[in-house]
Structures are given as structure tokens and as C-alpha cells.
Design a protein around this ligand. Sequence first.
Ligand code: SF4
Length: 111
Amino acid sequence: MAVTSQAGMKTYAVSLRSIVLSQTGQDVSKCCSCALCEEITEGAGDVSLSMVMQWILVNDERVLTCHTVWSDEVLREAAHICTNQLDIPAVLRALREEAHRRGLSEGESNG
Ligand code: SF4
């Protein structure tokens, strides 16, 4: 459920980490920022996948609109890349679905 603050920003009762966990079974706190997946986003994304995981953990809504999450190239190449067995494509798809629910798409913010 969304609540609008005095500053006009929407906040959500359920954290992005919980949403990803409940929809995919993936606990992004398993990301150890090893950076072994970084080469995927060097050409196809705007932020690294480890940053995506950190943004989920701190509930930063920028993760829903960044190019990395919406890049089909990243989605394709991220399968089986994670050294900690995170299913990164499942995480990315869950973020896209949550963005749709919040009326957001690539490059937008809800401010
Ligand atoms: S490979 Fe996995 S654990 Fe390493 S930075 Fe990427 S998402 Fe995190």
C-alpha cells in the first residue's frame, strides 16, 4: 500500500527486499559485492548489478527505473552468472513487475 508523505513522495509499507523475496525466493542479502557480474553491465546497464542488490536492500526506489533493470541484454546475460547462486533474472523481472504496479517505467521517478 502506498502512502503519500508531506513532501509528496510515495512510500510503500512493504520493502523491496521483501517483495523480491516473496515473489522469487531470492534473498539479495546473499550478494557479497564480489563484482564478478560487473562485465555484463559495463556495456548494457547504467549501474552494476551489485548496486541493484544494494538499492533493493536499502529500499531505494531508483532500482525500479534504472536502465540495468530494464535492459533485456542484462536480463539475458545474467542467468547463472552469480557466484552466490542468486537468480538475477528472476530478481530483475520482480523489480519490473513492481515498477509496473507503482506506475513507473525506465527513467521515471515517483516524486
Ligand atoms: S556475482 Fe552475485 S554476489 Fe557477486 S556482485 Fe554479482 S550479484 Fe552480487
